[in-house]
Design a protein around this ligand. Sequence first.
Ligand code: PMP
Length: 316
Amino acid sequence: CSPEDGGGFPRGELRRYGNIELSPSSGVLNYAQGLFEGMKAYRRPEQAGGYSLFRPEENARRMQHGADRMCMPAPSVEQFVDAVKQTVLANRRWVPPQGKGALYLRPLLMGSGPILGLAPAPEYTFLIYAAPVGNYFKEGLAPINLVVDDEFHRAMPGGTGGVKTIANYAPVLRAQMDAKSKGFTDVLYLDSVHKRYLEEVSSCNVFVVKGGVVATPATRGTILPGITRKSVVELAMDRGYKVEERLVSIDDLIDADEVFCTGTAVVVAPVSTVTYRGKRHEFRTGPDTLAQELYTTLTSIQMGLAEDTKGWTVAV
Ligand code: PMP
């Protein structure tokens, strides 16, 4: 699409997966003018047939919000969801069997036109590619081990941490590799000003549970407002938990009974240990945890095994 031609994305086309042509001076390659989304299509039970998407309008709206921050035009919600549905249908045979995973979908929006000086690109491309993925946890929920990093930060106030722009993932690479080489699953980031408040993990949000209270860092522009996070907040409240979206300090985490992460890839991941300044802190995991309950509830809704009383799924 070209904003100078009045904007709006013309109707797209389905193409076989392959390389795309991009100008060396495109906005995305030079100034990281790009956004993406991550979604999953699940195969529904045989008797229902078809596939199921989870809250795809939320992804569309998040992309629109991000596009505004990145000075890009974005597809309408309808256009976005329709393109996602078409991508699923065109890749039917790649959707794994029920319970064996999902078709991962990656919508991308980028400044594809050439721009030499720093400015928004003159042309934009919206595309979606798909790839089958297995369940993040092969059997049951395997708790993860996080390390808190107060050397590296992934976002700063006033920056782009609140939108899903490609550049947010660049600062993560080094920190994540270092953590993995030391045997940790991933990094838990603290805020870059006080180095005291939890932000998020490389690609998921974080929750702490203490008694009947569930707390998760408020989205203040430095963390991504996760769609799984939003859904889990609602499900926890339905179960009678008090849910607080606020500043959550590292001390709150150390004092918690339970810690878990949420995201499209993991759905809900229990955290068994968090290492902070060389000290390892342990948390409850296992069958009687809120993380387990939320994982079961959410995956059942996503796969069409439980009644979707909230209207979160969209059939394809
Ligand atoms: N934070 C970051 C940085 C992410 O990349 C993701 C994955 N999209 C999330 C949180 C979780 O968001 P969602 O639940 O919408 O997948």
